[in-house]
Design a protein around this ligand. Structure first.
Ligand code: NDP
Ligand code: KPL
Length: 316
C-alpha cells in the first residue's frame, strides 16, 4: 500500500490526513514548523466529525527536517505527495524545500482553490505526474493538532486533460488513491475533465470570496442585499463569459448553483474574509487575479475581476 505525504498540515491537510490515517492508510504530514510536527508526533491528531472527536497517531516531520531524512523515510515511486498549502505559499522556494520528496517521481496531487499553481509545477517538474484535485469538503483547524470537518462534500481529481499522453502507470496510481480514499470513507471520484472542474469551482470562489471579503459579510448575507446581489450577478457574468472563452463547458444554471452555495454555507465566513480578518495574505491573485490573467492572455478585458483584485489587495 502506498504512503501519502501531505505538505501543509492546515485545515484541509490535517482533515484528510487524519481521516486517511484512521482507516489505516500510511500518512506523513509535513508541517511548516517543528513545533507542530513535535506536537503531532507526541500527541497524534484529533478530528471532529458531526460532534464526535476521534484521536489518532500520525507520522509528521517539519519541512526543515526533510533535509535530514534518509531514503527509507522518503516517498517511493508508488507513493503520493499532496500539496495542501494555500496559493501564496505554493512557491518556487517551497518546491525547492520539498525537492527531496519528489526525487523518486511519486504522483503529486494539488488541492488549491484558484489557478496558476499547476503551471508552476509543470514548469519545474515536467517529468512528474501532477494531478489536480477539487474538493467541496469544508475543514477548519482549531489548534496545531485538531481539526473540525465543517462540511460534507466530495473530492474529484485527475490529470489535466489533453496535456498528457495515455499513461497506464498514472491510471494505476490514480485508481490506487481512489481506493485508499474510499477505504477511509471519503467521497471521491476520478475525472478526465479536471480543467472544467477547476473552472466550475473558480466561478463560485470568484464571486463569493472577494465580495464577502470586501463587504465583511457571511456567505448567506451576500445575496440578501439587492445591491450586493447586483454586483454578484455582474461579476458572475463577466467571470463565466471569460471562463467559457477559456474552455469551460456550458454550465446550466450556473447562477442558481452559486446562490445554492451561498445558501448551503450561509453561516460561513468565506476563506478570503477569514484571511483578511486574520491579517493574512489572500488567494485573490489566483482567483480573480487568475481570471484577469487568463483574460489578458486571450486579449480580453476583465474590468470587474481587475477591480475586486485591487480592492481585496487594498484590504491586506
Ligand atoms: N479549508 C477548506 O475547507 C478548503 C480549502 N481549500 C483550499 O485548500 C488550500 C489549503 O487551504 P486550508 O487547508 O484551508 O489552508 P490552511 O492555511 O489551513 O493550511 C495551509 C497549511 O500550509 C502550511 N504551510 C505553509 N507554508 C508551508 C511550508 N513552507 N511548508 C509546510 N507547510 C506549510 C501552513 O502552516 P502554518 O499553519 O504553520 O502556517 C498551514 O498549516 C487552499 O488553496 C484553499 O483555498 C479548498 C476547499 C476547502
Ligand atoms: C465555497 C466557499 C466560498 C465556501 O465558503 C469557499 O470555497 C471558500 O470560502 O473559499
Amino acid at each position: 500500500m502506498g504512503r501519502i505525504y501531505i505538505v501543509g498540515a492546515g485545515a484541509l491537510g490535517l482533515m484528510y490526513g487524519l481521516r486517511l490515517a484512521s482507516a489505516g492508510v500510511l500518512v506523513t504530514l509535513v508541517t511548516r514548523t517543528s513545533a507542530q510536527a513535535e506536537l503531532l508526533r507526541a500527541q497524534g491528531g484529533r478530528l471532529e466529525q458531526q460532534g464526535q472527536w476521534r484521536h489518532m497517531p500520525v507520522s509528521a516531520y517539519s519541512i526543515d527536517e526533510l533535509a535530514e531524512l534518509d531514503k527509507h523515510d522518503l516517498p517511493l515511486r508508488e507513493d503520493w505527495v499532496w500539496y495542501t498549502v494555500k496559493q501564496p505559499q505554493m512557491t518556487r522556494e517551497l518546491l525547492a524545500q520539498t525537492d527531496k520528496l519528489v526525487a523518486s517521481k511519486p504522483s503529486i496531487l494539488c488541492l488549491q482553490n484558484g489557478i496558476g499553481h499547476l503551471e508552476l509545477f509543470e514548469a519545474l517538474y515536467p517529468e512528474l505526474h501532477v494531478y489536480a484535485g477539487v474538493t467541496t469538503e469544508g475543514a477548519m483547524r482549531t489548534s496545531l493538532t485538531e481539526v473540525r470537518h465543517t462540511g460534507e462534500g466530495s473530492l474529484v481529481f485527475g490529470a489535466i486533460e489533453s496535456e498528457r499522453e495515455p499513461d497506464p502507470e498514472g491510471d494505476e496510481a490514480q485508481k490506487m488513491l481512489l481506493h485508499l480514499l474510499r477505504m477511509a470513507g471519503i467521497a471521491a471520484s476520478l475525472s478526465n475533465e479536471m480543467r472544467n472542474r477547476i473552472y466550475e469551482k473558480l466561478l463560485i470562489n470568484a464571486v463569493i470570496n472577494p465580495l464577502t471579503a470586501i463587504f465583511g459579510v457571511s456567505n448567506g448575507e451576500l445575496p440578501a442585499h439587492p445591491h450586493r446581489r447586483k454586483m454578484m450577478r455582474a461579476l458572475h457574468q463577466e467571470s463565466e463569459r471569460l471562463l467559457r472563452q477559456a474552455g469551460l463547458a456550458p454550465l446550466p444554471e450556473a447562477w442558481e448553483r452559486l446562490l445554492a452555495v451561498c445558501e448551503a454555507t450561509a453561516a460561513n465566513e468565506s476563506s478570503m474574509l477569514r484571511d483578511v480578518r486574520a491579517g493574512r495574505g489572500t488567494e485573490i491573485d489566483w482567483i480573480n487575479g487568475g481570471i484577469s490573467a487568463l483574460a489578458k492572455r486571450m486579449g480580453h478585458a476583465a474590468p470587474l475581476n481587475d477591480a475586486v483584485t485591487a480592492m481585496v489587495k487594498a484590504l491586506h
